[in-house]
Design a protein around this ligand. Structure first.
Ligand code: ATP
Ligand code: MG
Length: 418
């Protein structure tokens, strides 16, 4: 039997995985430097957590969850997104008790049953941010600017679309107005939007059907209806962004759609991956913690897809960094010395390669070349007799003999200086 990977799940292999790994490190470093702390939650959660937090009427819950009953009869789901888990962890671990403001970042796989295509998979990776414990619009701007800064660093051209969907108070009267409008155009809406129109009218703006987008053009917009507090907070978010010279476009069709999502909603889109495909989406969810049986807690967050990001990053990630050292060893004695030196270098934080299976000088040199190392050390019988090692600088082609007892020290100096 030949095993195959599951449809919509990818292997990420070298050399492409190098780019992936570099990007992942860059993202996490950027988040860390922005004052966020790493959070890891389980990939498996109770199904009900997502039904409750993501919302019963969402595509995710209706069609996309990998759910199953385990051997003990528990209803479990492979996480389709991470906010629900973060909120669960926040409540379960009583983190709210500390009265601190929590800033988290995460990176990991999510699972959704979707039709696989470019930038859309069944197992995909998300990077995300959450701030729990403050209603300050500065937090919204903190999250948005963190993503905008990341994309700038990566040479990603994207457009930030911004909206406010109001709070419990102002949403209620708007939902009524929108429902009334939708009732008038019901027959022009797709079947799903007809259902959304009664259950959660705001979500109609999220529909990918072009005809729905068109017939929704004259719909009343939430920005005209939001209360003074929401308007004030929205202005503040915009002011902070302008101060940071982060450009945005106010777009009243950007919605998160569910009752517990409030105020700021945003998306980063890229023309390179299609107008309907978002790089990153997020917003405020001031009512979600309470909705999941926790105490009243304001929060804001976002999530972006790694597969889509890698499609649009600038050329700098393609560059292979020439670094480290390769120990070419010829003969058993040389193998021992090479292994010892490689270990020492690695302990000093330097990338060090050795080759296996006692290959010829030529084939080891070829391997060193393909790995793009800075230096190659050739250790053979003669070198051991002389107690000197031939060191080749792969960038300049220059070669010199270094005394074996000072080799690690000399290599460390050279590698730290290049
Ligand atoms: P879309 O409208 O494209 O289906 P979404 O609204 O379902 O996206 P979110 O749940 O907000 O997406 O997830 C945040 C981000 O995660 C998206 O903007 C996208 O970059 C990424 N993402 C979502 N689903 C997938 C998927 N199936 N494959 C790859 N990336 C995905
Ligand atoms: Mg989706």
């Amino acid at each position: 039997m030949k095993f195959q990977r599951i449809k919509g799940c990818e292997d990420i292999l070298p050399p492409e995985s190098q780019k992936w790994w570099k990007l992942q490190k860059l993202i996490c470093k950027h988040f860390e430097n922005s004052g966020y702390f790493y959070i890891e939650t389980p990939y498996l959660e109770q199904t009900q957590l997502f039904v409750r937090s993501t919302g019963e009427n969402t595509d995710i819950v209706q069609k996309q969850m990998y759910s199953f009953v385990d051997k003990k009869g528990l209803n479990l789901t492979l996480r389709p997104e991470a906010t629900a888990s973060v909120v669960r962890a926040y409540i379960e671990n009583k983190i709210y008790g500390s009265k601190n403001i929590e800033k988290y970042f995460y990176f990991g796989p999510m699972f959704r049953y979707e039709k696989p295509q470019k930038g859309r998979q069944r197992q995909f990776f998300q990077y995300g941010l959450e701030i729990l414990g403050t209603p300050d619009p500065k937090a919204d701007a903190d999250i948005i600017s963190c993503i905008a800064g990341l994309y700038k660093k990566l040479g990603v051209v994207s457009l930030l679309k911004l909206n406010s969907i109001g709070c419990k108070k102002c949403r209620h009267s708007y939902d009524n107005k929108l429902s009334h409008f939708l009732a008038g155009i019901k027959s022009s809406l797709c079947v799903e939007c007809q259902m959304r129109a009664s259950k959660n009218p705001l979500r109609c703006f999220d529909c990918k059907n072009e005809n729905c987008t068109l017939v929704l053009t004259p719909a009343p917009i939430i920005l005209d209806e939001i209360c003074e507090t929401c308007r004030h907070d929205f202005e503040k978010v915009k002011t902070y962004l302008s101060q940071m010279r982060i450009s945005f476009e106010v777009d009243p069709t950007i919605v998160r759609g569910l009752d517990y999502y409030t105020k700021t909603a945003f998306e980063f889109v890229s023309a390179q991956i299609g107008a309907k495909d978002t790089l990153c989406g997020g917003g405020r969810y001031d009512n979600l913690v309470e909705f999941c049986d926790g105490p009243e807690t304001s929060a804001v967050g976002c999530a972006g897809g790694m597969e889509r990001l890698i499609l649009v990053v600038g050329p700098e990630l393609e560059k292979v960094d020439c670094r480290g050292v390769f120990f070419i060893t010829l003969g058993e004695e040389a193998d021992k010395v090479g292994m010892k030196f490689a270990y020492e270098m690695r302990m000093q934080g330097i990338l060090a390669h050795v080759s296996f299976d006692q290959k010829s000088l030529k084939s080891q040199m070829r391997l060193a070349n393909s790995l793009g190392v800075k230096f190659v050390c050739i250790i053979g019988e003669n070198e051991l007799k002389e107690a000197k090692v031939a060191v080749k600088n792969m960038s300049t082609g220059g070669q010199e003999k270094i005394k074996i007892n000072v080799l690690p020290k000399v290599l460390l100096e050279r590698l730290r200086n290049v």
